[in-house]
Write a protein that binds this ligand. Structure first.
Ligand code: ATP
Ligand code: MG
Length: 300
């Protein structure tokens, strides 16, 4: 990878929980990739962009060392690597460009369900299994608790039953894995979602121009995902009531209908979900032809 070139390099997870959404986000921003390539490096077919597909653990370091220009990574891994690099005196700076709307999870402390637990001080002198020793020790230190760590790169949740640890500090999204292993979540120590980050040194002009184009597109894609286009026919007499029922719809477009004076068409971009209950209320005040459409892209 040559970062002095005019091709922007972006590191993403090769295969795992962030891979699919990292790729589809870039594709939604108009960057095309040949997805059949199983190789480390994938070239975009329509932009001077190269994708580097690696283990997620390697992404923060590659960005911090300036080996790649951008990276898409979970905040948990970013912060763990940052703490580790600060402790070992390696470059640890990055520019955080945006939080992304996927990869949401939390890093939590959990204990076996039969154990009593009245607070984090109960972990004093205990051993905690984790993949995130720096985040864990950072938290424990702030809480004034001394506990040792058992570092495991996988299967952290089986450690207490296997007699390797008294508690775990592991990623949770639904809690089903913890429950299946007889563990109860007690403290959330870090909440995380995917981030797009940039190397700390300034980019050359060509690459900066690409980032300046990419970010508004990224915002547009994320905004569109959170929004819906709502169309309905409303009784002219109930218009105020109807607009009040529509969530996050400050500025509706009201259009006349050719066949009647009593009804108007209302079009609105809503930033919130339109629930069935609201649709039924709209119907009850005389609305008809209620449509909720997804929005693909937004700009301006
Ligand atoms: P790699 O082989 O790239 O090292 P991995 O096994 O370390 O992959 P994944 O399990 O694919 O990592 O998770 C990648 C990231 O997805 C996590 O670091 C976290 O940011 C996010 N994530 C979201 N939900 C969860 C979850 N329920 N469990 C684990 N990670 C999750
Ligand atoms: Mg990993």
């Amino acid at each position: 990878v040559d970062t002095s070139s005019k091709r922007l390099t972006i590191a993403i997870q090769k295969s795992g929980r962030l891979s699919k959404e990292s790729l589809s986000l870039l594709q939604a921003c108009g960057v095309k990739f040949n997805l059949h390539e199983a190789r480390l490096l994938a070239h975009s077919s329509n932009q001077p962009i190269d994708l580097l597909r690696v283990r997620d653990d390697d992404i923060p370091g590659l960005v911090m060392d300036g080996v790649v220009d951008l990276g898409i990574i979970g905040e948990n891994v970013l912060e763990e690597v940052r703490l580790e690099r600060v402790a070992t005196k390696l470059p640890a700076a990055v520019k955080r460009l945006r939080s992304l709307d996927f990869g949401g999870c939390r890093l939590s402390l959990a204990v076996p369900k039969e154990d009593s637990y009245n607070g984090v001080q109960d972990l004093e002198g205990k051993r905690i299994a984790t993949t995130y020793p720096y985040l864990l020790q950072d938290y424990l230190q702030k809480q004034g608790v001394n506990a040792s760590t058992a570092i495991l790169t996988g299967s952290v949740e089986v450690a207490p039953r296997a007699g390797l640890a008294d508690a775990v500090c592991d990623l949770v999204s639904t809690g089903a894995t913890l429950e299946a292993n007889g563990l109860v979540e007690k403290e959330v120590i870090f909440t995380s979602q995917a981030q797009i980050i940039q190397r700390p040194e300034p980019l050359n002009a060509a690459k900066q121009a690409m980032v300046d184009q990419l970010l508004p597109r990224l915002d547009g894609v994320q905004m569109a995902r959170e929004s819906k286009y709502i169309m309905l026919h409303a009784p002219r007499a109930a218009l105020e009531q109807v607009v009040a029922l529509l969530p996050g719809a400050e500025d509706p477009t009201i259009l006349p209908l050719t066949h009647t004076d009593k009804l108007v068409a209302v079009h609105v971009v809503s930033t919130e979900t339109l629930f069935w209950e609201t649709m039924e209320e709209l119907k009850a005040v005389g609305c008809s032809s209620i449509l909720v459409l997804p929005i693909e892209k937004m700009l301006g």
